[in-house]
Design a protein around this ligand. Structure first.
Ligand code: SAH
Ligand code: SF4
Length: 362
């Protein structure tokens, strides 16, 4: 089978070229072609000798996953359905704002952790994405947005808040992260790439050692009793241990803070008493709260907290001296908001059929 060069980071590419009896500095040239210029055709990489290009064509390829759905919301949010194989598709979401534009990527097809309020969790776990499939979402987004030189950084931020738990797929997430940070590829700063986790401690410790980008922790509850219910992985990695892991992480990411994500569920985790508990928990480390109004989906009975309750919760945290943001709901109408990325089979086939029809008509 041909080696897909899309998912190889600088080190991986250098090793690949060495194994072919070539100079490792070829890696830099090829990185720039693939990631900065978006070139997938090895024959067009004109600063490589013709002989090398011919050889590469025999042994390797640049293969991105396939886009089978492309929807835009009125606020400029775009959601792409990315087919990774015959049975699986994941979603990536592009969110433009005034001073930045963020791409939200998926790291797994499905998720094994089954948080009670998450559509991805409800679909179960299918498989890990490869590094090529993860960085391929950024590669494709740039292409679809018509970005000519990726060094322009039209996409200024990447968040791993799509489908899946990134800490359970670090073998592939880490090379993808390295490409996002590499100056010969996307050149994003470490603080503009955020990995979100439900709290898988061994993964947090590994990421801290290997690639300490910005970290978001899906907290959702300030005590173990409630968190066990909402985020079942808490039974394995309870809050005490989790806070200690966050502190360890910050040692490797000085001047950084952890973002605590907190989905606002009416009558479940949004009381004033819990806000005080959440404030007390946060006193232990450098962190910010990001309140996420719950995004409903069909198999869920939860309701979104009212704006008034969210405001009150935020106020209690702020009075305790914490920085709090409340996430604006984006991508309404195309189910592109956090936790709505389910890509269930029925939906997927319906959508790809719609796309085929569109193509047939064009
Ligand atoms: N598995 C990782 C990353 C993907 S989920 C994690 O859990 O952190 C990205 C974020 O969306 C998490 O904070 C998650 O808790 C949140 N989320 C999941 N379902 C949601 C929903 N229905 N409404 C709002 N946010 C949700
Ligand atoms: Fe998985 Fe994150 Fe959804 Fe929980 S919230 S089920 S960890 S994707």
């Amino acid at each position: 089978m041909k080696q897909n060069l899309l998912g190889l980071d600088a080190e991986g590419l250098a090793r690949f070229f060495e194994a072919q009896g070539e100079k490792p500095f070829r890696a830099r040239q090829v990185l720039r072609w693939i990631h900065q210029l978006g070139e997938a055709d090895l024959a067009k990489m004109s600063d490589l000798s013709k002989a090398l290009r011919d050889k590469l064509a025999m042994t390797s390829c640049v293969a991105a996953p396939q886009i089978v759905g492309d929807e835009a919301a009125v606020d400029g949010t775009r959601k792409w359905l990315v087919k990774v194989d015959g049975a699986n598709a994941v979603e990536s979401v592009f969110i433009p704002e005034t001073s930045r534009a963020t791409l939200c990527v998926s790291s797994q097809a499905g998720c094994v952790l089954d948080c009670s309020f998450c559509a991805t969790g409800k679909q179960g776990f299918n498989r890990n994405l490869s590094a090529a499939e993860i960085v391929g979402q950024l590669w494709l987004a740039n292409k679809l947005l018509g970005v000519e030189r990726r060094t322009d950084r039209i996409i200024s931020n990447v968040v791993f808040m799509g489908m899946g738990e990134p800490m359970l797929n670090l073998d592939n997430v880490i090379p993808a992260l390295r490409l996002m940070l590499d100056d010969n590829a996307y050149g994003l700063s470490r603080r503009r790439v955020t990995v979100s986790t439900s709290g898988v401690i061994p993964g947090m410790d590994r990421l801290r050692e290997e690639c300490p980008v910005a970290l978001a922790l899906s907290l959702h509850a300030p005590n173990d009793k409630l968190r066990d219910e909402l985020v079942p992985v808490n039974r394995k990695y309870p809050l005490r241990e989790l806070m200690a892991a966050c502190k360890r992480y910050l040692e490797k990411a000085p001047r950084d803070f952890i973002t605590f994500e907190y989905v606002m569920l009416e009558g479940v985790n949004d009381s004033e008493a819990l806000a005080h508990e959440a404030a007390a928990l946060a006193r232990e480390l450098r962190c910010k709260y990001n309140l996420i109004p719950f995004n409903p989906f069909s198999q869920s009975d939860y309701r979104r907290s009212s704006p008034e309750r969210i405001r009150r919760f935020a106020e209690i945290l702020q009075r305790a001296g914490l920085t709090v943001t409340t996430r604006k709901t984006r991508g309404d109408g195309i189910a592109a908001a956090c936790g709505q990325l389910a890509g269930d089979v029925a939906d997927r086939t319906r959508r790809s059929r719609r796309l085929q029809l569109k193509e047939a008509r064009a």
